[in-house]
Design a protein around this ligand. Structure first.
Ligand SMILES: NC(=O)c1ccc[n+]([C@@H]2O[C@H](COP(=O)([O-])OP(=O)(O)OC[C@H]3O[C@@H](n4cnc5c(N)ncnc54)[C@H](O)[C@@H]3O)[C@@H](O)[C@H]2O)c1
Ligand SMILES: [Zn+2]
Length: 363
């Protein structure tokens, strides 16, 4: 076993293995790394991007997939793994070879899960192509598959041995694909900034007229570092520390499932819900609440309930499938005292429903 694979098996998510650069590492000829890897990539990325297609073709072993939740569906997994194994074996790869993922969070979750079970664990490189993946899902070692339409029911903890974040893949103007993923990722950026007070101050005191791309790029490193500060305390989620990262997500998941909004936008709405509830319970003080609201409004991310609220029965059903629930009546909710001071409190489902009604999210 090599040192590298040792590191992967022990699970050591380290900021040192993150490479943030403007361009994908250039390769004029096929390196040893290319020959010893299987690249799994989002097929859509090659549309109208000859340079990226050429970069992908440097890998003699590659497997194109359609990104999205269906990629993570357990029912389709046997077919994928057969194709992956067939390429892996025909290409002469072994336990010391690498899986490389090029794509957004769905591709990352799928490839990382595969890396964790292939040959009982092979080295994994993640190359995120969405802001959500660059900022959040590539870090922390969570892998996931969906079962019967339910998200992330199966998974392992398996941190990547390397994460390469290339600006050229992320900036909107650089892609011909119409997908506003930078606006969506602001939900996760604001979440981590509220957990880490210094990052909040950095954003709140910075110029307000930045585009979402610019804001994300300028804060990316700090946001990733802030996530690792929490993940490193509890890499396998055994002590409950990581649940702080769930800020905005408990109610955000209800919103995402009911309205079908993008994840980041749902988290943004979930954050506003958590902030208003924290204020109502007098946990968060008015001046802090107002500063956070101002910062989020400046980036057009203060999300209020839409015209048609969620029926109570449906909201309760959605809350009961939350992975952070305790037994059948309570869940762990993350409140905010001030930027940099989030904390977890057990709450009965009924109380969250009542707050949802008060805030006009639930009828
Ligand atoms: N493992 C974790 O810790 C973690 C954390 C958060 C989210 N996630 C998972 O991440 C997934 C969501 O992430 P996502 O939105 O990145 O997923 P995704 O991979 O489904 O990408 C979303 C869409 O963007 C397209 N796309 C990818 N790169 C692009 C680019 N450069 N330009 C234009 N379009 C591009 C994809 O083809 C796809 O249609 C979910 O499955 C979620 O469960 C995982
Ligand atoms: Zn999230």
């Amino acid at each position: 076993m090599t040192k590298k694979s040792d590191k992967v098996r022990r699970g050591s998510p380290s900021i040192k293995s993150i490479h943030i650069c403007s361009r994908l590492p250039a390769s004029t000829s096929r390196s040893d790394f290319h020959r010893r890897s299987l690249l799994i990539y989002d097929r859509r990325l090659t549309e109208g991007r000859p340079k990226l297609r050429a970069w992908i073709q440097l890998f003699p072993l590659r497997y194109g997939v359609d990104a999205g939740e269906q990629l993570k569906d357990l029912a389709r997994y046997p077919l994928h793994i057969q194709k992956i194994l067939s390429k892996w074996n025909r290409g002469g790869l072994d336990r010391n070879s690498h899986l490389v993922a090029l794509g957004g969070g769905s591709v990352g979750d799928f490839v990382a899960f595969t890396a964790s079970i292939l040959m009982r664990g092979v080295a994994l490189t993640l190359i995120p192509t969405t802001w959500l993946a660059a900022l959040d899902s590539s870090h922390g070692g969570k892998t996931a598959l969906n079962v019967g339409g339910m998200k992330n029911q199966l998974g392992t903890f398996y941190p990547a041995s390397k994460v390469i974040i290339a600006k050229e893949l992320l900036i909107r103007s650089a892609t011909k694909l119409q997908f506003d993923h930078s606006q969506d990722a602001l939900g996760e950026l604001f979440k981590i900034s509220l957990i880490d007070g210094d990052l909040f101050e950095h954003i709140a005191r910075g110029p307000s007229l930045r585009s979402s791309d610019e804001l994300l790029w300028l804060t990316l490193k700090r946001a990733i570092e802030a996530k690792y500060r929490i993940v490193d305390q509890d890499p396998f989620e055994l002590r409950g520390v990581r649940q702080i990262l769930n800020l905005g997500h408990t109610f955000g998941h209800v919103i995402e499932a009911h309205y079908g909004w993008q994840h980041g936008r749902s988290v943004g709405a979930g954050l506003v819900f958590a902030l208003k509830w924290s204020l109502h319970r007098k946990i968060l003080k008015n001046p802090d609440f107002n500063r956070i609201e101002t910062m989020m409004r400046q980036h057009e991310f203060w999300i209020e309930p839409p015209q048609r609220p969620i029926p109570q029965g449906k909201a309760l059903k959605l809350i009961t499938v939350d992975k952070k629930k305790i037994g059948s009546r309570r869940l762990r909710f993350v409140f905010l005292k001030k930027p940099g001071a989030a904390f977890i409190k057990e709450i009965p489902f009924d109380e969250m429903i009542r707050e949802g009604v008060r805030q006009r999210w639930i009828r």
